[in-house]
Write a protein that binds this ligand. Structure first.
Ligand code: GLN
Length: 284
């Protein structure tokens, strides 16, 4: 039976051979999660003997990672805004960059007790809507997604976070299924925004394992911004704002799309890497 030391070396070699840059980091995650040991024990107990049974559970997961499946899909979970979200192959894995949208909402709406109404277009795991409902305990929201499988994950996430009483989920293409007279304080969205020409430059974890429908948006990556810009005016309160995730090179182009749709006020916010990541559009 292997020791923790020899096992971690073998796993790291396998992941390195598969082209994974963060092989050491992923080895630790796979071993500590699967064997249910703490990071400290992992670092200190290198002579610990690992049973064949435990190795038998670990190795198929290592092979999945070696085939470049993302860690989030292997464990079926990803943390976002310090909350746990179920993730499947049908959902875009929540990214830390997208937390910029939650931070931005908090800047615009400083009163956490406000009874805000929130619409999340292309809700995916529900991470944006549910993180906002978590922050604003009197808020209510609607999450829309075009995929039923994805929507079911969002519904499960709302239940496990005890937010389902305030979250409604609807199948549909952007806002097309909403009744005309419904409007919101906040419309939030992380639409697909990668241009089809960029596909070959994406890592296999994204390109081969995440849902294409959540990633790509026409040749230039801007098609869904055009659709959203044409629709949101109908569902935004006069005092409300649209909080959009954008690709880090897209601020100017997305601003222009919204200006052409009659929205003259938009402000860019940056992520922790100091890249443009969020655009807030106001009606005034
Ligand atoms: N930020 C994601 C990525 O770079 C893309 C998600 C999206 O298109 N909304 O992989």
């Amino acid at each position: 039976m292997p020791t923790l030391k020899s096992l971690s070396e073998d796993v790291k070699d396998r992941l390195t051979q598969a082209g994974i840059e963060e092989a050491e980091f992923d080895t630790r995650l796979l071993i500590t999660e699967t064997l249910d040991i703490s990071d400290i024990d992992y670092a200190l107990e290198k002579d610990r003997v690992i049973s064949d049974e435990q190795v038998g559970i670990l190795l198929p997961l290592v092979e999945r990672r070696a085939s470049r499946e993302p860690i989030s899909q292997i464990f079926g979970e990803k943390e976002f805004w310090s909350l746990p979200f179920k993730v499947t192959k049908d959902t875009l894995t929540p990214r830390p960059d997208s937390e910029t949208l939650i931070e931005t909402a908090l800047k615009f709406y400083g009163d956490k007790d406000e009874a805000l109404s929130i619409l999340d277009l292309g809700t995916g795991t529900g991470c944006l809507l549910l993180a906002l409902l978590h922050e604003y305990p009197n808020a209510k929201g609607v999450g829309i997604d075009i995929s039923e499988a994805t929507l079911n994950v969002a519904i499960e996430n709302a239940e496990s976070l005890s937010l389902s009483k305030r979250a409604n989920f609807q199948l549909g293409k952007w806002s097309s299924g909403l009744s005309q007279n419904i409007s919101f304080d906040i419309i939030v969205s992380n639409p697909p925004y990668i241009g089809s020409y960029e596909k070959s430059s994406l890592p296999p974890e994204v390109k081969d394992h995440e849902p294409e429908i959540a990633l790509f948006s026409g040749e230039d990556g801007l098609d869904d911004y055009r659709t959203i810009a044409a629709e949101v005016g109908n569902h935004l309160k006069d005092s409300g704002c649209v909080i959009l995730e954008i690709g880090h090179t897209q601020a100017k182009a997305v601003k222009k799309i919204f200006t052409s749709a009659g929205f003259n006020k938009s402000t860019v916010f940056q992520d922790l890497g100091a890249r443009d990541r969020c655009l807030v559009i106001e009606k005034v």
